[in-house]
Design a binder for this molecule. Sequence first.
Ligand SMILES: Cc1cc2nc3c(=O)[nH]c(=O)nc-3n(C[C@H](O)[C@H](O)[C@H](O)COP(=O)(O)OP(=O)(O)OC[C@H]3O[C@@H](n4cnc5c(N)ncnc54)[C@H](O)[C@@H]3O)c2cc1C
Length: 458
Amino acid sequence: MASQGERKRFVIIGGGPGGTTCATYAARFGAHVTVVERDIVGGAAHLLDCIPSKAMIATGGAMSMMKDATEMGLARVDVELDFEALRSRITDIEDRLEASMTDLLSSQGVRLIEGTGRLLSANDVEVTTKDGGTELLAADVVVLSTGSRPRVPDWAGVDGLRVLTTRDAYPPPELPEHLIVVGSGVTGVEFVHMFNSFGSEVSLIVSRQQVLPGKDPEVAAVLEQSFIDRGVKLLMGARASSIDADDDGVKVHTDDGRVAHGSHVLLAIGSIPNSENLGLEAAGVETDRGYVKVDHNCRSNVPHIYAAGDLSGRLPLSSVASTQGRKIAEHAMGRHAGPHRHIDYDKAASAIFTDPEIADVGVAEADAFAEGRKIRVTKVPFSVSAKALINNDPRGFVKIVSDPATGVVMGGSIVGRHAAELISVIALAVSAGLTVGDLVESLFVHPALAEVLGEAAE
Ligand SMILES: Cc1cc2nc3c(=O)[nH]c(=O)nc-3n(C[C@H](O)[C@H](O)[C@H](O)COP(=O)(O)OP(=O)(O)OC[C@H]3O[C@@H](n4cnc5c(N)ncnc54)[C@H](O)[C@@H]3O)c2cc1C
């Protein structure tokens, strides 16, 4: 079927990390690649999610460090948030990332069309271009990577002014005096941390009895304590059920009759896939609750149609979306196929950019106990680390989970400064099948926080 000089024709709908990574690899492998993107190259990841949130957290972190300056032997430094400077800093980062991604795609010969794509059939994609025109594309391989968007319940009355989703908050129209965050998953706690460090009063509505439900309770407890120490008000075991908003502020009612008063409310209660109007039915693509059902190769029930990223209903992480994109290019171009190349989602490292940072990978201690698996758990606090004392931040710990018989590293959690960077060592050990002995024998830098990894492996 391929006709661009016998090159396979890839049509990729959605230019986030899933779509763009697939595009660059497929082009490198010799395919003729077209990416259709309706908004920003780099995707929601660049414009709306990972990058702006981490840029704001970095600014909040800089403020917190300045506030603690006296403990580092400096005279007091006064800091004040410049909201407009923050806004242009975020725009600048986004512009630079979009420009570098656009350059990368064009250097690989990828055709980029600004517009909205949908399947007319299993091999035909229709694009409604930004200027209102229509273009038809024939495809040998279709990759659907349209991402997801925040879930907004009917009762919320989101207005983008006082009642916000995560996408209204980079930054929000004004700095909230008192922000109520609904949802204590990864996104919710990052927003609590971010606005608390900017000086806003923050309340968090937690539906269970633990923030970060599903995470190691010991890890969640450190974050919970840090929130309490920083004056965050926690409403535990409560579900938001309605919101009243007017010019003076917001009232969030919970299902157990409590009412939280604030100036703004932010909903962080999950996401839904961008799968409507994609022509999935016309192409015969099966879905499950809106997510495209995929196999180990990210392939749908239609053999030449793949899905990458959030739309595939797997781990909603930018890093996972990129890996899926690369694997799709490899599989569709007949490279490196086989079960050993399947993605093992259980080995994906993830991080929560709070203060302290939290990161984990692989088997969690609590899950292993619940499943009755034999594990060895070793834990060392950062308070033993010279570098942690030098940094004036001895909070947190490193925990390593290993196989008691072989010593193979099965997983780990880190709570503390730079946890998101340090977890890479354990992630490498998990994916490469290294043992705790391998970690102990590694010659880490001194003084460095990484030394604690070697000690935790002992
Ligand atoms: C607040 C927040 C913070 C996050 N932080 C992190 C983080 O720190 N680290 C991390 O790994 N993950 C993070 N994530 C998750 C991460 O953003 C997503 O997993 C990632 O963006 C998924 O990539 P994707 O390629 O599937 O889709 P997206 O990045 O959503 O890109 C999809 C693209 O498709 C386009 N599109 C949609 N429909 C069409 C159509 N019909 N035609 C053409 N184009 C279309 C959209 O415009 C968009 O550009 C965060 C998420 C949120 C909500």
